[in-house]
Design a protein around this ligand. Structure first.
Ligand code: BGC
Length: 411
């Protein structure tokens, strides 16, 4: 048995759009509902977490976790530019208070992929105004909620737009690019926007968005620091990038654009959130598929839990910040594989800590099965099963297993 450091955070994560339901003022609601949608199915009522959060937070605590990472929804808080909904802010205040009443640390993410429709219609993160728009929203939400927030994450996976864009460029239009552009133009038309301007987080132009995202994090960090009663940071999507012989140059180029330019910009932040699911291997000319015979998850990713340790080491070395694992998990119908994946990932966390790296917590993605974006409800990332017809929750064996590790603070 090996112990984690005292005060190590043990949590589970969700994101508003994936669990709350009826996020009708958001950009993705429109894109999910339109004809010829890119999404496998609409999010609909999701897990109705918007109403059921008290019992979900109680369940999380009962299972043994002490931290809940969730996001507040910008599209609900500022459904029209400049109108801030007090009712929505009050809702999130009750939700944070519910965590505190259960003895659960609230870790609040201010942006997790979705945005208000008006924001995305006007160029989203490609528009330089996004920096001030996001900071203004953070200021309003920070004033309303900051005094009871324990940890704040500004932007979830600020590097994912560039990662998705570079992957898209590598695959070309054959990978569905034409359909994406058509869907964006149709969404623009439906909401009265200009063609070519509608830019949702995961399907816009990551090259144009990246400088604004980095600037938005810097600005919102400064805005939130005096308002939040605890550490403020960002989260980064990190796969372990490995080079096969001859693939070093491609790997290094991708690594700089996708990981290090973000990590380098974080120097002095209170923490960096690392979110890891697998590794990516680079050949001389292209990203390579998982090796023959390798086990794959429901997302098609290689089953490779060891990636987490490498990403923690890289994030700590390049950013110089303390690390919190803010997401790690696996899409699978086979819960025994979730346990195996998580056990091996945690062994890696312990090795990193053993080498003196300052890792402050492990937050599993996800608390419950939920809306996996383009893939719809098929991939199962949850520790807890959700029957969406009845909204019944049923913890899986992995929930009890990981909750027990959390209680003992030891593997
Ligand atoms: C995102 C989550 C997503 C998870 C699993 C992360 O990139 O933050 O929203 O559900 O990966 O794919």
């Amino acid at each position: 048995m090996a112990n984690f450091p005292d005060g190590f955070l043990w949590g589970t994560a969700t994101a508003a759009h994936q669990v709350e339901g009826a996020n009708t003022s958001s950009d993705l609601w429109l894109m999910e509902m339109m004809a010829d949608s890119l999404f496998a199915e609409p999010s609909g009522d999701a897990c109705d977490h918007y109403h059921l959060y008290p019992r979900d937070i109680a369940l999380l605590k009962q299972l043994g976790f002490d931290t809940y990472r969730f996001s507040i929804e910008w599209a609900r808080i500022e459904p029209e530019e400049g109108f801030f909904s007090k009712a929505a802010l009050d809702h999130y205040r009750r939700m944070i208070a519910a965590c505190l009443a259960e003895g659960v640390v609230p870790m609040v993410t201010f942006h997790h992929f979705t945005a208000p429709l008006w924001f995305t219609r006007d160029g989203g993160w490609e528009n330089a105004k996004s920096v001030d728009r996001f900071a203004r929203y953070c200021e309003q939400a920070g004033r309303a909620l900051g005094d009871i927030i324990d940890y704040a994450c500004t932007i979830n996976e600020a590097n994912i737009p560039i990662m998705v864009t570079m992957m898209r460029e590598a695959v070309g239009v054959a990978g569905g690019g034409g359909r994406r552009v058509k869907a964006l133009d149709e969404a623009a038309r439906l909401c009265g926007g200009a063609p070519g301007k509608f830019s949702p987080y995961l399907s816009g132009d990551g090259h144009a968005a990246t400088p604004n995202l980095i600037a938005a994090h810097r600005k919102s960090y400064e805005v939130l620091k005096p308002l939040v009663d605890g550490p403020v940071g960002i989260t980064i999507a990190m796969n372990e990038f490995q080079a096969e012989p001859g693939g070093e140059r491609l790997r290094d180029t991708a690594n700089h654009a996708i990981n290090d330019q973000f990590l380098e910009s974080l120097k002095g932040d209170d923490f960096v959130g690392v979110q890891t699911y697998t590794r990516v291997r680079f050949g001389e000319r292209a990203v390579l598929p998982p090796p023959d015979g390798a086990e794959r998850t429901q997302m098609g990713y290689e089953f490779y839990p060891e990636a987490l340790e490498a990403c923690i080491r890289q994030a700590a070395a390049v950013s110089g910040c303390p690390v919190i694992v803010t997401e790690n998990g696996i899409g699978t119908e086979d819960d025994t594989r979730r346990i195996e994946y998580t056990r091996r990932a945690l062994e890696g966390v312990l090795r990193a800590i053993g080498d003196g790296i300052d890792v402050r917590g492990y937050i599993h993605w996800s608390m419950m099965d939920n809306y996996e974006w383009l893939e719809g409800y098929r991939p199962k990332f949850g520790l807890v099963d959700v029957d969406r017809a009845t909204q019944q929750r049923k913890p899986k064996p992995s929930a009890y297993w990981l909750g027990d590790i959390a209680k003992r603070n030891a593997l």
